[in-house]
Design a protein around this ligand. Structure first.
Ligand SMILES: Nc1nc2c(ncn2[C@@H]2O[C@H](COP(=O)(O)OP(=O)(O)OP(=O)(O)O)[C@@H](O)[C@H]2O)c(=O)[nH]1
Ligand SMILES: [Mg+2]
Length: 306
């Protein structure tokens, strides 16, 4: 159980449909790559957070997994995590892509948020992709579906309108004073960030459905002055998937490892070595024990505000 002292932070729950751009916003807002980003559905699974400091406050931004249809034990856990994020947050950032219409997933979220007294801001993302008149139609349409406290059009990818997002959010902050010794960009550990970076490489380098049937188990972690070594087991759904992930002469898994190391060194500013062993586990996404070990559950964190 990891204890997070909330009295240091304003908690911001970043929720929305899959692919709306939540993790892109998290990374670009704090200026470090923490969360995997891809155009595949359900990229985010694990509890990820980023810290943004203003003159008077610190935001802890909680990047939720996208709302999905519940088919597996993993999906159920993911949905529970979204509820947990809503429960603990002070302010909700509900992100909808300008490319989207008001879909069923948004109706589900509206139901979840219907009785909340928390401020809910609509982050209308991907404004770089549409004309202004369509944006205005979206604002009218989405505002008629839910009583948002604020609407902020922005682009997470192009970093457009972040200033307005901060200003709009500052209207709703609980009154905390800034505290010293807050970590620089995240409460996530190096292993958790490494796991995201490796997953992103798997999503980018392997096509079709295989990435969704993979998961990373942290095994060991060694650190000395010069180097940090991280050992993971990569779970795959079948032996044929294992062969695809390994690639000819081990070349694919090597590329995944090398590219992940390169990105982590940029984030961590230290030498990082990644070791991956690949194991077949046919139904890991239905196995509560494995899911527990994967650290996907937000209930593994105790949030206290003293
Ligand atoms: N053009 C454009 N693309 C964006 C923007 N923000 C995100 N994207 C793209 O949208 C896709 C999904 O982005 P993610 O950040 O992974 O979306 P997410 O909401 O975290 O998705 P899940 O983790 O699956 O819930 C990626 O291909 C991003 O590059 C934006 O402002 N403009
Ligand atoms: Mg995401």
């Amino acid at each position: 159980m990891r204890v997070v002292l909330l009295n240091k932070f304003t908690l911001i729950g970043l929720i929305g449909r899959t692919n709306s751009g939540k993790s892109t916003l998290l990374n670009n807002f704090i200026g470090k790559k923490i969360a995997a980003v891809s155009n595949r559905v359900n990229t985010t699974r694990t509890p990820l957070n980023g810290i943004y400091k203003t003159d008077t406050n610190s935001f802890l931004i909680l990047d939720a997994p996208g709302v999905c249809q519940v088919k597996t034990v993993l999906d159920r856990l993911i949905f529970q995590n979204i509820l947990k994020i809503v429960e603990i947050s002070d302010v909700i950032w509900w992100m909808i892509s300008c490319e989207d219409q008001w879909k069923k997933d948004n109706q589900i979220l509206a139901k979840v948020l219907e009785n909340t007294k928390k401020p809910v801001l609509l982050l209308l993302n991907k404004v770089d992709l549409i004309e202004k008149n369509i944006l205005l139609k979206h604002i009218q349409n989405f505002s008629s579906k839910f009583p948002f406290n604020e609407v902020v059009p922005l682009s997470a990818k192009k970093k457009i309108n972040f200033h307005n997002l901060i200003k709009a959010t500052e209207k709703y902050l609980p009154s905390f004073s800034v505290q010293k010794n807050i970590p620089n960009f995240s409460l996530n550990t190096l292993s958790e960030i490494a796991s995201e970076i490796i997953r992103e490489q798997i999503l980018l380098q392997i096509k079709d459905e295989i990435p969704h049937q993979t998961a990373l188990l942290k095994e060991r972690f060694f650190q000395n002055k010069q180097n940090t070594s991280l050992f993971f087991t990569l779970l795959v759904g079948s032996s044929s998937q294992k062969a695809i992930v390994i690639g000819k002469n081990g070349e694919r898994v090597r590329q995944i490892r090398l590219k992940s190391q390169e990105l982590l060194i940029k984030i961590w500013k230290k030498k990082v070595s990644i070791f991956l062993q690949i194991k077949v586990s046919e139904k890991w996404f239905q196995d509560v024990k494995i899911l527990q070990k994967l650290g996907i559950n937000w209930d593994n964190y105790e949030y206290t505000r003293k």
